[in-house]
Design a protein around this ligand. Sequence first.
Ligand code: ADP
Length: 274
Amino acid sequence: GEALAVSARVAPLGSRLVLLLVEDLTEARRIEAVRRDFVANVSHELKTPVGALSLLSEAVMGASDDPEAVERFAGRMQIEATRLTNLVQELIDLSRVQNDDPLEDAEPVRIDELVAEAIDRCRHQAGAKQITMAAGGTADLSIWGNRGQLAAALGNLVENAVNYSPARTRVGIAARRVTAPGGDLIEIAVTDQGIGISDKDKERIFERFYRVDPARSRATGGTGLGLAIVKHVAASHSGEVTVWSSEGQGSTFTLRLPEAGAARDRATDDQTPG
Ligand code: ADP
């Protein structure tokens, strides 16, 4: 009787184990496929500017008797080199946010400082397009997290808002505290009056290297990695990033992240003995 009871208990356990193993293998295969695609995508993205640079340098050599042409080609070489630098920088950012534990050097990070830094980062591009940037509600709010990663996330959202908007429009950054069951959150919304994003594309823009219009993205120095970085930073801070958009009207990207006071209280609770 005992043996039968035991085997009856083991049998379902056995099939569960097999199922878990199969699930594990499927997940491992999926991760492997993502990694392969990533390497293929990176290689492709690197080859494009390198190929252009190589062609342009040949053109420069062939045009040595035409100073105007040389200048024109050199200008385009500079653009391609900038593109390459941006891509490498974003790859470094991405690997950093994926590998660093954001809560290791977590501290209260002031929103007004993050916002000022983000605006500063695209002051040049915004100025060239006469885009007005306005921030509100940022005083006295802080997020609990990794300063560098949070700056990269907000910087990317503001940069996109400027890049995907026509001239003489407005980019708004608004922050507020919202009450949530697990502790207060800080909500930062970046709103633009730009080209907008279709429902179909909304689901995919957070993927690495996904771009609605690759040509347009490249023209602005885009790499397709920005929103993947934002999503990663939000998730690793126990937060989220969401998008609202209407094609031709504009978009709002909203970050929700743990408020410094609330998150710090939770961290202290965890350390309380007993
Ligand atoms: P990129 O370097 O191309 O800007 P991102 O990952 O930051 O890459 O964004 C992915 C794509 O999402 C962009 O190529 C663009 O098509 C779209 N996108 C991002 N932000 C906006 C925005 N504010 N308005 C319209 N489209 C946007």
